[in-house]
Design a binder for this molecule. Structure first.
Ligand code: SAH
Ligand code: SF4
Length: 363
């Protein structure tokens, strides 16, 4: 589509005052143009919002007082509101953020040896209704806007910056981003793609350090490759037969295993890169040696690694976590078949680790 600054700006003008954080790069450039400012001011604004985490126009000290006033007459910068913050003994932190309309979302920050991974949300709630997932039981409230997705990275980045000692071992910056918080990213692909554009282009985080996880909306997997080139794909597989997967993940009734795995086979992978398959182990449901052997067969020919996640029990759930012995047995079968399979350490157990728990607790 041809980009017309006036058209974009006319559109924006109706939503006064303008939230600078909600604007795409071309929209912000149009705003600067329509305000009668030279083009380099757009660059400065982008730098201050995305790299210096400015929380208001008055934070932009590179602008004169007059210029700040002139911009602030028309525009503001929105911020996520930190509602609750929990830190686990293992260093994992969980943040509950409030949005402008009063809804709330969670992010989890996971420090590791040389990484600081931020797990972010793409929707308020989720429509996919997976039986083992607390977020699923909330239903969908709404999609997040691109800036609400990006602002999780900005806001946590800013929090980290103000207490560098805690994260100095990992350089004090977010190194990796995973879309594994609340919501199904591919059900909000347009906003997720725009957010990824801003995270990679404006915050300068490499796409190779970003993973988008899907429950298996196979029809949208090509769009991810097209709209958000070079980000990594994770698939929550969680079962090895259609009947079990139909039961625990209703999305499978629309996109059964074969359709999903064909879409994975067609996903363009950079050299040496792999698709991550997440597999939540549910006692007696999908954790048998036969399941492990079927998993080996299903993933044959797909460059893959498997993350085994023993189920995080949540209140009222019909499922149970398998014992360690059967988890290790499952892993052993995969490893003996020359697959990469790790058992995901349970992080943040002490702070309502399962996704959706903090929000549910707060409510
Ligand atoms: N909706 C996307 C992104 C969320 S990722 C998706 O499902 O892929 C959340 C991950 O946590 C998924 O792999 C899901 O299978 C897993 N999960 C959900 N509830 C869980 C629980 N109670 N215990 C362990 N893992 C869980
Ligand atoms: Fe949604 Fe993912 Fe939870 Fe399924 S596992 S309900 S897709 S957040």
């Amino acid at each position: 589509m041809e980009y017309k600054p006036e058209a974009v700006y006319n559109n924006l003008y109706r939503m006064s005052p303008i939230n600078l954080k909600a604007l795409s790069k071309p929209e912000l450039e149009a705003f600067v143009n329509a305000t009668g400012l030279p083009a380099f001011r757009a660059k400065q604004l982008l730098h201050w919002i995305y790299e210096r985490h400015a929380r208001s126009v008055s934070d932009i000290t590179e602008f004169s007082k007059e210029l700040r006033e002139r911009v602030a007459e028309k525009a503001y910068i929105s911020n996520l509101q930190l509602l609750e913050r929990l830190t686990d003994e293992d260093g994992t932190e969980k943040f509950l953020f409030g949005l402008e309309d009063g809804e709330s979302i969670e992010c989890v920050l996971i420090p590791d040896d040389e990484r600081l991974t931020l797990c972010i949300s793409s929707q308020v709630g989720c429509a996919m209704n997976c039986r083992f997932c607390l977020t699923g039981s909330m239903g969908i409230i709404r999609n997040l806007m691109p800036h609400e997705i990006v602002d999780q990275v900005i806001s946590v980045g800013r929090i980290i910056k103000t207490q560098p000692s805690v994260y100095s071992s990992v350089g004090g910056v977010i190194t990796n981003i995973v879309f594994m918080g609340m919501g199904e990213p591919l059900a909000n692909i347009d906003n997720v793609a725009e957010a990824l554009k801003r995270i990679t282009g404006l915050m300068k985080i490499s796409p190779g350090r970003i993973t988008v996880s899907t429950s298996g909306i196979a029809s949208k997997i090509p769009a991810l490759a097209l709209e958000a080139p070079k980000v990594k794909l994770a698939v929550s597989l969680n079962a090895t037969t259609d009947s079990v997967r139909d039961y625990i993940m209703p999305v499978n009734r629309t996109y059964p295993l074969k359709t999903l795995l064909d879409a994975c086979r067609n996903f363009p992978l950079p050299p040496r890169s792999r698709i991550t398959f997440e597999y939540v182990l549910l006692k007696g449901v999908n954790d048998t040696p036969d399941d492990a052997r079927r998993l080996v067969r299903l993933l044959k020919g797909i460059p893959s690694k498997v993350n085994l996640i023993p189920f995080n029990a949540c209140q009222g759930s019909e499922f149970q976590r398998p014992d360690d012995k059967s988890v290790l047995k499952f892993q052993d079968i995969l490893v003996k078949a020359h697959m990469t399979a790790i058992v995901r350490k349970s992080r943040g157990q002490g702070i309502l680790a399962a996704c959706g728990q903090l929000r549910a607790h707060y409510a």
